[in-house]
Design a protein around this ligand. Structure first.
Ligand code: AGP
Length: 613
């Protein structure tokens, strides 16, 4: 997610905005910029890179004014660069914007503006918004009304902040949908705007929060709030007790918990702008697919490490069943040394949150050197795994700070599902009726994830069952077998409990010897095609005195009778069931780690990105 800071008042805006952006650095970003109104003109300094780069620009060529806005950008449309960094000024040079969110109807609006003769100076969706505002101001509307009308054209969730030299004493801010917040800071004779509390906490604890579909007009002396329909609203002014450091996590104790709970937003964002739900069409234009390439693919090798590899294991089921293309999953550290069978009809698909994992990058190079087409599914825009690929899919989850990957696991599951539909559609192996069903199912995911998160307290209770354990076993089958591996990895890296994962059918070939009352078994058994098999596996485990924690579908009374503890998930279309079955296991690992006093965000011996071999 991007960071936003605005200021209007008697002081110099530049240092206030710059310091505010520094306090939002934890959100992760790849470019930054500030705009102020100075001597009646909009002055901007911006560039790719970190804030110290922006600091250099400001030092070498200062800009000062009593009103300004600043931004740290996590790129979604358009790679990190000076031309794509915010703030963006419109063609007239009279209006400037910073923006958090994704304009889902970006392409249609860009075509519309192009037809009206607009020209673009960036690859961003944000520039569309400021050009729309200028269009309405040219019709005679003031900044507030022009912004309101421009926003009514936008699909998606947004945080928007605008300035204009035509009204140099006011800032217009708006919040659309569940985009990152828009916070108003109330000083004596100065006002602040931010996407998150930490940016302005040192100046004031008096804050008001825009709700979705609200906007505000802010001057040094006060603010007026209204709905996007223009109806006046009154905002409650709150006193925020947080200290700046804890505010970075918002109301969450750890980044990991915050990111687990961001999965309604991140699953929404990874879908945003890529699905025409009416026509059932998927658009992954950054993959640069051609019908010729898609037709000649005879094998896809998914390669990754850790959690990303587990996502790839789910992806094999999705692509083979939906697109009917053979898929193999190779751990990147193995693939790079196994003299793999790869040729020009092979696609090597790397999955990586950081895009900088040394083994994964080496596996991509191995594929390319042998003639494969190389794709990647990556979260960090501008990272190597994105730049060296022939095409990529951005996870679009916003930065993931916690070392244990959570939202960057569920996002690629959805990206792989969309990829499978697109490939099946382009190869003619997926008929329209089935495609429409699959796309309809996709639309339910954010809500189903939200339902899983609503049960977090129940999961915390079950964590007490694992707190003292030194070993545990995760079992799954079919498309949920990778969830056993991911659940086991989570609890290992967060609580340091030794956890093994097995395909449940393997138990009778040896591991069942481990079962006794001291070996908790976590069984992933939702109503999917392997349910009956999992049920009998759980009965065998219970018959040997095992203690079973079952991940099961709401209403499964039979499972409730057999298992010792339940982790319920809502009924989910089985091809998407891994997206929901992993949520209670993420929470289970988190709460078990907290109960055991582990450093949840920075587990011992681990790094967020393993950039060395
Ligand atoms: C996941 O919780 C771990 N932190 C680790 O396994 C991680 O998934 C792996 O190192 C791959 O990282 P990447 O996705 O950035 O390539």
């Amino acid at each position: 997610m991007c960071g936003i800071v605005g200021y209007v008042g008697p002081r110099d805006a530049t240092p206030i905005i710059y310091d505010g952006l520094k306090r939002l650095e934890y959100r992760g970003y790849d470019s930054a910029g500030i705009a102020v109104i100075e001597d009646g003109e909009i002055k901007i300094r911006r560039d790719a890179g970190k804030l110290n780069r922006l600091g250099e620009l400001l030092f070498n060529d200062p800009i000062n004014g009593h009103i300004g806005i600043g931004h740290t950008r996590w790129a979604t449309h358009g790679e990190p660069s000076a031309r794509n960094a915010h703030p963006h000024v419109g063609e007239s040079g009279r209006v400037v914007i910073v923006h958090n969110g994704i304009v889902e109807n970006f392409l249609a609006l860009r075509d519309e503006l192009t037809a009206e003769g607009a020209s673009f100076s960036s690859d961003t969706d944000t520039e569309i918004i400021v050009l729309l505002v200028e269009r309405y101001m040219a019709m005679g509307h003031d900044l507030t009304e022009a912004a309101r009308r421009a926003i009514s054209n936008l699909d998606g969730a947004h945080g928007i902040v605008l300035l204009s030299i035509d009204e140099p004493d006011k800032i217009v801010a708006a919040r659309v949908g569940n985009a990152g917040g828009v916070v108003l800071g109330i000083g004596e004779d100065e006002k602040f705007i931010a996407s998150d509390i930490p940016a302005i906490l040192e100046h004031t604890r008096k804050m008001a929060f825009l709700e979705a579909e609200q906007m505000a007009v802010v001057t040094a002396s006060g603010f007026n709030a209204m709905t996007l329909e223009g109806d006046e609203v009154s905002l409650e002014i709150m006193n925020v007790p947080w200290d700046p450091v804890s505010a970075e996590k918002g109301e969450y104790k750890h980044f990991m918990l915050k990111e687990i709970f961001e999965q309604v937003r991140s699953t929404t964002d990874t879908i945003a702008g890529r699905v025409d739900f009416k026509e059932g069409q998927i658009n992954l234009h950054q993959l640069n697919l051609t019908p010729e390439l898609v037709q000649r693919i005879d094998k896809i090798i998914i390669t990754a490490c850790g959690t990303a590899a587990h996502a790839g294991m789910v992806g094999r089921h999705l692509i083979e069943r939906i697109a009917r293309i053979p898929v193999q999953v190779e751990i990147a550290s193995e693939f790079r040394y196994q003299d793999p069978l790869v040729d020009e009809n092979t696609v090597v698909l790397a999955i990586s949150q950081s895009g900088e994992t040394a083994d994964t990058l080496a596996a991509m190079k191995e594929g390319r050197d042998r003639g494969a087409t190389v794709w990647s599914i990556v979260n960090a825009i501008g990272s190597q795994a994105m730049r060296i690929a022939d095409g990529y899919i951005g996870m679009q989850t916003g930065p993931e700070i916690g070392v244990a990957s959570t939202k960057a696991f569920t996002a690629p599951l959805i990206d792989l599902y969309m990829l499978a539909i697109l490939l099946g559609d382009m190869r003619g192996t997926l008929d329209k009726k089935r495609r429409m069903e699959l796309v309809r199912d996709l639309r339910r995911i954010p809500d189903l994830v939200g339902q899983c998160l609503d049960r977090a307290d129940d999961v915390e209770k079950v964590a007490w069952e694992l707190k003292e354990s030194e070993h545990c076993l995760y079992l799954g089958r079919g498309i949920n077998m990778p969830i056993a591996y991911e659940g086991a990895l989570k609890i290992k890296e967060i609580s340091y409990i030794h956890a093994e994962a097995y395909p449940a059918g393997e138990m009778k070939h040896g591991p069942i010897a481990l079962i006794d009352e001291d070996m908790p078994v976590i069984a992933i058994a939702p109503k999917d095609p392997w349910y009956e098999k999992m049920l009998s596996q759980i009965e065998q485990t219970k018959a040997r005195g095992g203690n079973v924690i079952a991940v099961a579908t709401d209403g499964d009374e039979l499972m409730q009778e057999i298992a010792d503890h339940m982790l319920w998930v809502p009924e989910t279309p089985w091809l998407l069931s891994p997206v929901t079955t992993i949520i209670p296991l993420q929470l289970l690992a988190y709460h078990t780690g907290v109960l055991r006093g582990a450093d949840v965000d920075q587990p011992r011996n681990l790094a967020k990105s393993v950039t060395v071999e």
